[in-house]
Design a binder for this molecule. Structure first.
Ligand code: ADP
Ligand code: MG
Length: 256
């Protein structure tokens, strides 16, 4: 029933906006070099409209490099890259301007009507309307990250890029952030690329998990388990083991 409703909504959205591509993110033979160092090597990637994709890879494998290229923060060395105009990124650290109140951080750099109202609406969505006037220094790590998320939301992104946004948070806050990100994704349906080094986080949240290795997408695994997902389910464990092996982590028999 739920799936049916969703499909109908998607169909409606497409009918209303025929210009919206079904595959808004397309990278073909994308390469990125720093000097002699090739980080992304003829990489191919597609992300469909409304799809939630997680990107795993060892430290230094080029995850941030790829995300920054998709965000338009860095130029690519060669290849083609199609991304939606409307995109927003959230990084591991919230990157708030300390001299601007929370709501002003949300609309920073945007020329929009009724900025305060829009900021407040976005802060409300992340459960922080009551902190609209707070200075960044008075926010907890989780609150600051939610302001960063509100700043992304207010831009109404078709592509939401998340670079290890939960990595610096404590375990409980991280669980709450997982729920928040899923509910915001359901509501707004952007395409999401979540970079993480946490296999469980990837399997818990994403429709599809990619592994970046030697500058390319080395694995592309569709997660079929219904949400909400239990990490105890055999299906979950199976994908988890598979991904850990791809990442070169040995699993002892004990854990299987
Ligand atoms: N601006 C840069 N100049 C030179 N080398 C860089 C730059 N940014 C990243 N690199 C290099 O690219 C590689 C991949 O980095 P990065 O994308 O940050 O990896 P990851 O996010 O997967 O840990 C690393 O070896 C890093 O040193
Ligand atoms: Mg990184």
């Amino acid at each position: 029933m739920h799936t049916l409703t969703l499909n109908l909504l998607r169909q409606t959205a497409r009918d209303d906006a025929p210009a919206l591509p079904r595959t808004p993110v397309q990278a073909q033979n994308l390469s990125k070099r720093f000097g002699d160092n090739t980080i992304l090597d003829n990489l191919n990637l597609e992300i469909r409209a409304g799809e939630f994709v997680a990107l795993l890879g060892r430290s230094g494998s080029g995850k941030t490099t790829l995300l920054r290229a998709l965000a338009g923060l860095d130029r690519i060395s060669s290849g083609t890259l199609n991304v939606p105009q409307a995109r927003a990124a959230v990084f591991q650290e919230p990157r708030l301007m300390p001299w601007k109140r929370a709501w002003r951080n949300v609309t920073l750099g945007l020329k929009i009507d009724r900025p305060r109202e829009r900021a407040l609406a976005a802060l409300e969505e992340v459960g922080l309307a009551h902190r609209e006037n707070a200075w960044p220094a008075t926010l907890s790590g989780g609150e600051a990250q939610r302001v960063a998320l509100a700043r992304a939301l207010v831009r109404e992104p078709q592509l939401l890029l998340l670079d290890e946004p939960f990595a610096a948070l404590d375990a409980l806050t991280r669980i709450r952030m997982h729920q928040l990100i899923l509910s915001l994704w359901r509501q707004h349906r952007p395409s999401v690329l979540l970079v993480t080094h946490d296999v469980d986080e990837a399997v818990l949240l994403a429709d599809r998990v990619l592994v970046l290795e030697q500058g390319r997408i080395a694995a592309d695994i569709t997660i079929t388990q219904q949400r909400p997902r239990s990490a105890q389910a055999p299906q979950f464990q199976q994908v988890r083991t598979q991904l850990l092996q791809l990442l070169g982590v040995e699993i002892e028999e004990f854990f299987n």
